[in-house]
Design a protein around this ligand. Structure first.
Ligand SMILES: Cc1ncc(COP(=O)(O)O)c(C=O)c1O
Length: 390
């Protein structure tokens, strides 16, 4: 039996799998069991910032695994501390809490917001329509899309939704009961949709007036992908809490919450925790990723390669009206079509390039930060051929 048949016989059927069987990855490429090479332009959904089998990451993993793979959070762990130091240095936030995943980071941020608000009579959490924050009940309470929520309620109380980029509704929705506003400044799963500058400005002005916590979900956009360390830096905003995951574990499961001293001190010993959070191997891998990003100037490279990709895609949009809009920052780029994108991603895959389609009609590009100009050119040229053949 092939892997697909074995999976179909044993798994919950929650994932739509690609018709590929992968043997291994090398840099920006995945190699199938049949030996075929694929240029991976979505990098494990923004996880593999350094691509596959990066020597610095594999070395960090094997060195840590040969010492210990788990101790429990009763123990100080050197690799956790090293990653916390790197994250605090790069982010300007003084404190880190490590969990296991993105959705768990969102849950932790919600708990902090509730606790902070409880002392001030603030109960409400606001979020934006079309968001994606994860699959747990707290995260789902911040989301509105039926495909993620239908049938799973009731959700958390006192969660309200503001339509994406609707400044007028934001002004009326926020009040003295608002404990937090949670958002992706650049929506990922929702179709690479950046909030408008006016929306971000209004949010900050309202925070100054009404005193709520601004929570930025940087799980997809964080750690250099957008050409800045955080996506919200494109707006000149400083949120109170930041959630991170995806690239920070070097391909191993790891999530984090960042905050300043005052907000972090809301959680006192015993109030929050996790058995596996901050796994030492994941932290060692994550530290290797951030050091490499730093030493090789990969954030500036993401900005440069992103511009190159964006200009290539904009060129295609001029030629093919079926591309309605190209948007994003750095290497977090979406091309919105006037039709579903699955047939295009399928044909791209047949031609050896892996791109993803999100929100039904948006071709999504999330390549590793180590991508070269030649890979971007190959992607744009191949896509041109695919669009021309439709
Ligand atoms: C912006 C954002 N928030 C939260 C999540 C959830 O992260 P995880 O799947 O690690 O729980 C994701 C995952 O795609 C995401 O893109």
């Amino acid at each position: 039996m092939n892997l697909h048949d074995r999976e179909a016989a044993t798994f919950f059927h929650t994932y739509k799998r690609l018709p590929l069987e992968i043997d291994r990855g090398e840099g920006v490429f995945l190699i199938g069991r049949d030996g075929r090479r694929y240029l991976d332009m979505f990098a494990g959904l923004a996880v593999n910032a350094l691509g596959y089998a990066h020597p610095r990451v594999t070395q960090a993993i094997s060195a840590q695994a040969s010492r210990y793979t788990h101790l429990s959070n009763y123990f100080l762990q050197e690799s956790q501390i090293a990653l916390a130091e790197l994250l605090t240095r790069h982010s300007g936030y003084g404190r880190v809490f490590f969990g296991n995943s993105g959705t768990e980071a969102v849950e932790g941020a919600l708990k902090i917001a509730r606790k902070w608000g409880a002392a001030k009579g603030k109960t409400d959490i606001l979020s934006l329509s079309n968001s994606f924050h994860g699959r747990t009940m707290g995260a789902l309470s911040l989301m509105d899309r039926p495909k993620y929520r239908d049938g799973f309620g009731p959700f958390l109380e006192h969660c309200c939704m503001v339509p994406f980029n609707d400044v007028a509704t934001l002004r009326t929705a926020v009040n003295r009961k608002t404990a937090a506003v949670v958002l992706e400044f650049i929506q990922g799963e929702g179709g690479i949709r950046p909030v408008s500058a006016e929306f971000a400005r209004t949010l900050v002005a309202l925070r100054d007036e009404m005193h709520f916590l601004l929570v930025a979900d940087e799980i997809q956009s964080g750690v250099g992908r957008t050409g800045r360390f955080f996506g919200f830096e494109h707006y000149g905003v400083k949120p109170d809490l930041v959630t991170l995951a995806k690239p920070i574990g070097g391909g191993l499961p790891l999530g984090a919450i960042l905050a300043g001293e005052e907000i972090a001190s809301i959680l006192q010993p015993g109030m929050h925790g996790t058995t596996f959070g901050g796994n030492p191997v994941a932290c060692a891998a994550g530290a290797a990723v951030i050091q490499e990003i730093e030493e090789k100037g990969l954030i500036a490279r993401a900005a440069r390669m992103g511009e190159h990709l964006m200009s290539g895609l904009k060129g295609l949009a001029r030629e093919f009206p079926m591309i309605k809009e190209v948007r994003g920052y750095g290497l977090m780029v979406g091309a919105e079509l006037d039709r579903p994108g699955d047939a295009i991603t399928d044909t791209m895959r047949e031609k050896g390039i892996l791109i993803n389609c999100t929100d039904t009609t948006v071709l999504r590009f999330l390549p590793p930060l180590i991508i070269g100009e030649e890979h971007v050119d190959q992607t744009v040229t191949t896509l041109k051929g695919v669009l021309a053949s439709l």
